[in-house]
Design a protein around this ligand. Structure first.
Ligand code: ADP
Ligand code: ZN
Ligand code: ZN
Length: 731
């Protein structure tokens, strides 16, 4: 008799904040057919929960007698292919986040709640014997006869059968007349695919052939080109090549750029189903799109950040458009970078990844300069317009009206008279950033934050842009009753000023206060492209991902917000914003003009940006980062804490540092605790410790040892704390 081998141990992760796996014995039905990536129903405390099987192993650290058995298996095949599951588990380790939350967060809500992962329909059809019986039917009841006739006409959906019909069907099953089979549920409709591709420019052609020639293995490409230079055209051509080989493509875009226009363009050009995945979809829509991607029925997925985890069995290409965009980094919970994970996924799968941007992040630029990524440039705009002329307007030397200096006003007038469109950029919404008392110097503070309230004149409210506090506008100074004065400019005020100065020029404003729905932005973009609007005014929202072919003047009203920001990335963001908006100016026969208003025209980074463009700016900024030892020349993580009092936050971090003393911290510097630039936000006091290292290895080694000690600190429950690896905001 053969020796009975002990049953395997199932290592399972569960949707909880615990950074660990749990061991189970196989369900009563046994372990055969089980594979990592399948869902199991398991006992957890007193509850029955869904777990994700991540490993099948021989032993547990716990004695078998103490292990519980899983209840049942929920999937017939894994949710993800092996490399993608491995990527998810690696990401949980890399970002030091609970693996159960990572896996559960990577699937649509329906899958988390137990819905079927496969969208298959069970159907019945006649067997050979059944077909013969149709030709020479024996005596049958009326119901059986009707069902037989239906089956003779074609397969019948199991779900569509009424109970009496099912009874009739059972009779057929016994006689061997029918057989069941499964078929994929209706696939999403294919795109039209009738859009004509333009003749590529030489640079587009070179980029397309380079990437298309490298589809058989991992490679990373920086596709560097201003908006309108034809990057999307390159993506489309490479995707067509990927599709021709029977593979799938994943395109990641910033939330704000995922408009019906973009999807429309993909569907017009690609004659296959293109599905989108984004946060504005309902759970049902997301589940349907996810299933279509996983079954292969949708060969192209266009999605925002979390779409990077979509199961795509035949994935052959990943594109990350506007790769510098900060929305690719999740800022709470599982703090991952979808851009970085896209590269990691491509490398595991052995496929190319294309990072597109007019203003690559300094990380990506260094990766390209040091040869880890291959650099492709699209230097000119498709349809060929000259480079816009960029000039600085010194706010100290010119009179300004509501923040718009005289030379800027003159330029607006000139361009409007020449029938150009004018884009005015101000990255601050509301009417004014401060409400000030000239009598006593009082400035309306947020009751919950170390911040001032922003004046929203239209609604007659004071609003905190950090915590959302919202108060009625006071009639007079609460201290001395003097009349209050709004100081500084937001888009609402500038709109009013421009309407007064240029009453003949219809203005469209785009910021979060006026654009509350997708429909609004569609309407605004339509007014712009049809030419009805002559002045476009807005925040970052205006700068992202849209093309405004008739804009001939771009005015950046306040460049100074970014020059002296507390965050080491402030200047990089400012430069990206300026270049992104500047990229909207000029087209064809109409050269563009860009004016950047500043009170610090001699700032070296601004000078290099204005005179040398983004690359020159990047040289300067990278030299500064190197000197200061900031990324990309070092690795960072940040341990953040916030609490109801300053002392609690502070002493928690002190205790955490104390706990780190005994650890192997070679090659790692722990800096802090430091209070955050805005210490109090939404009634919470915030502080942080920076963890810095020249290399990844020592940084992660330290965090791995440190986290269990932090979790065990007495303050760990009273204080809210988190670890953020590769943070993009460090203030
Ligand atoms: P990007 O993605 O870099 O912003 P797009 O691919 O969207 O650029 O191209 C901008 C505009 O130029 C689009 O209207 C596109 O149809 C058009 N376009 C792109 N490539 C060409 C080309 N080779 N010839 C003519 N028009 C082009
Ligand atoms: Zn006062
Ligand atoms: Zn506030």
């Amino acid at each position: 008799m053969s020796q009975q081998s002990p049953s395997p141990i199932l290592s399972v992760v569960i949707d909880t904040p615990l950074r660990r796996r749990f061991d189970y014995l196989p369900p009563p039905a046994g372990a055969s057919g089980l594979r990592p990536g399948m869902r199991l129903s398991v006992p957890f405390g007193k509850r029955r929960v869904i777990g994700y099987l991540v490993e099948i192993k021989d032993d547990s650290e716990l004695p078998r007698a103490r292990l519980k058995a899983a209840f049942e298996v929920l999937d017939s095949r894994p949710l993800w292919d092996e490399p993608t599951l491995a990527l998810l588990l690696w990401a949980a380790d890399y970002y030091h986040h609970a693996p159960g939350e990572v896996l559960a967060g990577a699937v649509p809500a329906g899958i988390r709640e137990g819905a079927a992962a496969d969208a298959w329909t069970a159907r019945w059809r006649l067997s050979t014997a059944g077909v013969a019986s149709v030709a020479a039917p024996p005596r049958l009841g009326a119901r059986q006869r009707a069902l037989l006739e239906r089956l003779a006409a074609g397969p019948v959906d199991h779900a569509g059968l009424e109970p009496p019909e099912r009874a009739a069907l059972r009779g057929f099953v016994e006689r061997g007349w029918v057989e069941s089979f499964e078929e994929p549920s209706a696939a999403p409709p294919p795109g039209r695919g009738d859009g004509r591709a333009p003749t590529l420019t030489a640079a587009q052609q070179a980029a397309t052939s380079a990437i298309s020639g490298a589809l058989d293995g991992y490679s990373a490409w920086l596709l560097h080109g201003v908006t309108g230079s034809g990057k999307t055209e390159v993506y489309l051509q490479v995707i067509a090549e990927v599709l021709a080989r029977g593979r799938q493509a994943l395109v990641l875009v910033p939330e704000i750029a995922l408009t019906p226009q973009l999807l429309g363009r993909f569907r017009q050009r690609l004659a296959v189903p293109v599905v989108s995945l984004n946060s504005s979809m309902t759970d049902t829509e997301r589940l349907a799109a996810w299933r279509a991607a996983r079954s292969g029925a949708a060969p192209v997925v266009v999605g925002t950040r979390s779409a990077v985890f979509t199961p795509l069995p035949e994935l052959g290409l990943i594109v990350v458009d506007e790769e510098h965009d900060s929305s690719f980094k999740q800022q709470e919970g599982f703090r991952y970078s979808a851009r970085d994970l896209a590269v990691a996924r491509a490398s595991r799968l052995g496929i190319p990844v294309v990072l597109g941007s007019a203003t690559p992040s300094l990380e990506t630029l260094v990766n390209a300069r040091e040869g880890r990524y291959q650099h492709l440039s699209l230097p000119e705009r498709a349809g060929s317009a000259g480079k816009p002329r960029v000039a600085v307007v010194d706010l100290r030397r010119h009179a300004a009206r509501d923040g718009i200096a005289q030379p800027t006003l003159a330029a607006i007038e000139r361009h409007l008279a020449a029938r150009g469109q004018v884009l005015v950029y101000l990255n601050r919404r509301g009417y004014a950033p401060t409400l000030f008392c000239p009598g006593c110097g009082w400035m309306a503070p947020c009751p919950a934050c170390d911040a001032r309230l922003t004046v929203h004149m239209g609604r007659s409210r004071l609003v905190c842009h950090h915590c959302g506090a919202d108060e009625p506008m006071p009639y007079g100074c609460p201290k001395c009753a003097s009349e209050l004065r709004p100081v500084g400019q937001g888009t609402e005020r500038v709109e009013q000023t421009l309407n007064e100065l240029f009453p003949e020029a219809p203005l469209v404003r785009i910021d979060r206060d006026v654009i509350r729905h997708r429909g609004h932005i569609e309407k605004a973009l339509d007014d712009i492209s049809s030419g009805r609007a002559r002045i476009l005014l807005g925040t970052q929202m205006l700068a992202k991902g849209h093309d405004y072919p008739d804009v001939t003047l771009v005015a950046v009203l306040n460049a100074d917000q970014g020059l002296f920001g507390a965050d080491f990335r402030a200047a990089e963001r400012l430069a990206q914003q300026i270049i992104q908006v500047a990229g909207r100016a000029g087209r064809g026969d109409r050269p563009g003009e860009v004016l950047v208003q500043t009170s610090f025209p001699e700032h070296p980074l601004l000078i290099s940006l204005v005179h040398g463009g983004y690359e020159a700016f990047a040289d300067g900024a990278l030299a500064e980062r190197k000197l200061a030892g900031w990324p990309p020349y070092s690795r960072l993580a940040v341990l953040r804490a916030d609490a109801a009092s300053r002392d609690e936050a502070r002493s928690f971090l002190d205790a955490a540092l104390e706990a780190a003393r005994g650890l192997d911290a070679r090659g790692v510097r722990l800096l802090g605790p430091a209070i955050a630039a805005m210490e109090r936000r939404a009634h919470r006091y915030r502080a942080q410790v920076l963890i810095e290292s020249a290399q990844r290895g020592p940084l992660h080694r330290l965090i791995d040892q440190w986290l269990p000690l932090i979790e065990a600190l007495p303050g760990a429950r009273a204080v809210r704390w988190s670890i953020d690896v590769d943070p993009i905001e460090v203030d």
